[in-house]
Structure formats: structure tokens, C-alpha cells
Design a protein around this ligand. Structure first.
Ligand code: PRP
Ligand code: ZN
Length: 308
């Protein structure tokens, strides 16, 4: 809260934004890492579901990922970090698109997983037609039904809200359609992944409800920090020595490089130092090509923060 004075009257202005993240699971660790990358520190105490950052006007609500799209759409939270799996399910249920309830601010590239059909290991699976007349249990009936329609399949959907992986053992389904990340849950339940239905990743979503101007300022600052931290994550700073004559070939080898800095080397008129910010990762293959082009003393450094 910021206190400000308007004439003689004191007004309390709420400039704090509220973000919903998954309490435990695929998304939670990386969501905290994203906030830390933005210089926002929040340390929830055990079993605390609502907590505050001391160094940024942001409050955190820790919930089940399934609840995040609605919390943000209704404006209970201003932002949320959630998988596209849940947004896609909702979108198909409402015959709308991915952004009809919440604005997607950024694809975050973590919590990569897939919604996949899996069957018991004893099931002799050849191709999709092996699933003819089967019952598939899922918490994603709209995505599965869309897949069934597109592939013209004859499959019955059994909708369950949780513990989908035990449905075949309980005899209520022949297979399942559920999220797979490491594959550990399938393995533990003697199931085998056979078809990928939808690929998902984490996104930062924003509420469609209007913000007060004070909150809008914090939201803009937050979004800029997320963007800066994401840009920095995907970037590297490279420093190397090279023959002057190889400058253009070296620069052409640097992925996503901006104009490099070229420096003279003390006591060497034939070689130069090149420094460049690359907007993409630099792999060993690139370093080997640089060396072949005559580069030496190649250093690749991580970029911690970036403001453009
Ligand atoms: C999903 C899914 C599985 C698990 C798969 O749950 O329902 O239980 O992840 O991950 P694995 O392949 O690494 O074992 P989610 O994270 O959505 O949690 P929730 O079902 O409690 O919401
Ligand atoms: Zn979930």
C-alpha cells in the first residue's frame, strides 16, 4: 500500500499486483525462479497460501494449477502462471480461442509436457485404430473429444477430475489421456504412452479486468522485468580474439548477434578482440566453427539482466 495525500484528506492507494502460481507440481519451482529472475523475492512459510514480497508490490497466491485460469479471468488475481493445457481445454469447452478469457503475455518455455494417450503395458497397441470402441479416462474431455473428431475415431470418453492414472486398474477405462512430463506417473502405474494429443508449456497470463492506474504502473514494471529476465535467459555475451581479416566471417557465425564491439589488441596489429551480445544460446558446434575461422580465447558468459 502507498499512502498519499490529496488536500487534507489521506487516501490509501493499492498499487500491489496479485499473481497466482501452482502450489506444488510441474510449474511451481520454475515460477518462483522466474520471480527471482525479476528481482522479486517471496518466501512462503510452510502451508502459507497467500504471501507478500517485501521488495516489490506483489502478492502471491499459491493454488492448484487447475484453478489459476478462473482466478485470473475473474480478476481475483491480476496475473497467473499456468500451462497452455488448461487454457486449451477451457477454450475448446467454450468454442473460443486460447486468449478469450485471459491475455497471454508470454510463452515461458518451461513446464514442457504433453497430453498423451496411454494404455496398460499388456494392451497390444498398433495404431489409433487399436483404440476402437475403447473407453479413455481423462480430465481433458474437450481436448480429447477434439482429437477424436479430427482423427475420426470411435472412442468413448470417461471424464474424471483426478487420479486418472488408476482408472484402467479400477476397470473403469481401457486407457487414459493425461499429462506426461517425466513419464514417472505412467511408469508407476504400468502404463505406456502411445499418442501425443497436445503439447503444453507454461505461459504468463493477465486478467481482462481493468486495473487502477496505480496497479497498471506496477503491472507494466512487472511485465518489463519478466521480458528483461527472459531476454537475458536466452542470451549470451561472447568475447574472443580473431584475425582482423576474419571479422565478417566471425560475426556471421554468431547466432542472433547485434553489432559487435571490435577492440585493438596491445602489441598485435593483425588480431583484434570481438565482443558481442548474442540473443541465442551458443553451442559447442558454433565455438568449434569460430575456432576454425581463426578465433582463439573464446569466452561465453551468461547474461543476468537486460533492459533494452
Ligand atoms: C500431472 C498429471 C500426472 C503428472 C505427470 O499432474 O496428472 O499426475 O502431472 O507427470 P510425470 O510424467 O512427471 O509423472 P499435475 O502436475 O497437473 O498436477 P494435478 O493433477 O495435481 O493438478
Ligand atoms: Zn493440474
Amino acid at each position: 500500500m502507498v499512502k498519499c495525500y490529496e488536500g487534507a484528506e489521506m487516501k490509501t492507494v493499492n498499487n500491489r499486483i496479485r499473481i497466482a502460481i501452482q502450489k506444488t507440481g510441474r510449474l511451481s519451482e520454475e515460477s518462483f525462479r522466474l520471480l527471482a529472475g525479476c528481482g522479486i523475492y517471496v518466501k512462503p512459510r510452510k502451508e502459507q497460501l497467500f504471501c507478500h514480497s517485501d521488495n516489490f508490490p506483489l502478492d502471491l497466491l499459491l493454488v492448484r494449477d487447475d484453478d489459476i485460469p478462473n482466478l485470473v479471468a475473474e480478476g481475483t488475481c491480476d496475473f497467473g502462471i499456468v500451462g497452455t493445457n488448461l487454457l486449451q481445454e477451457k477454450a475448446l469447452q467454450n468454442s473460443s480461442d486460447l486468449e478469450s478469457n485471459n491475455e497471454i503475455i508470454r510463452y515461458l518455455g518451461f513446464a514442457l509436457c504433453r497430453l498423451a494417450i496411454a494404455v496398460p503395458k499388456s494392451f497390444s497397441y498398433q495404431n489409433l485404430s487399436s483404440l476402437k470402441k475403447c473407453r479413455i479416462a481423462t480430465s481433458y474431455p474437450a481436448i480429447l473429444s477434439d482429437y477424436i473428431k479430427k482423427n475420426k475415431l470411435d472412442i468413448e470418453i470417461t471424464t474424471l477430475t483426478g487420479s486418472v492414472e488408476i482408472a484402467p486398474r479400477l476397470g473403469i477405462a481401457d486407457g487414459i489421456c493425461d499429462l506426461v512430463s517425466t513419464g514417472g506417473t505412467l511408469e508407476a502405474n504400468n502404463l505406456r504412452e502411445v499418442e501425443v494429443v497436445f503439447k503444453s508449456q507454461a505461459v504468463l497470463i493477465k486478467s481482462p479486468k481493468p486495473f487502477s492506474s496505480e496497479k497498471q504502473r506496477t503491472a507494466r514494471l512487472f511485465q518489463n522485468r519478466v521480458e528483461g529476465s527472459e531476454l537475458a535467459n536466452g542470451s549470451k555475451y561472447i568475447m574472443l580474439h580473431a584475425p582482423k581479416s576474419a571479422l565478417s566471417i566471425i560475426v556471421s557465425l554468431l547466432p542472433g548477434a547485434e553489432r559487435p564491439t571490435v577492440l585493438e589488441l596491445q602489441g598485435d596489429t593483425k588480431r583484434i578482440a570481438i565482443h558481442a551480445l548474442c540473443r541465442e544460446n551458443i553451442f559447442w558446434e558454433t565455438m568449434e566453427s569460430l575456432k576454425k575461422a581463426g578465433a582463439s580465447s573464446i569466452l561465453v558468459l551468461p547474461v543476468e539482466k537486460m533492459l533494452t
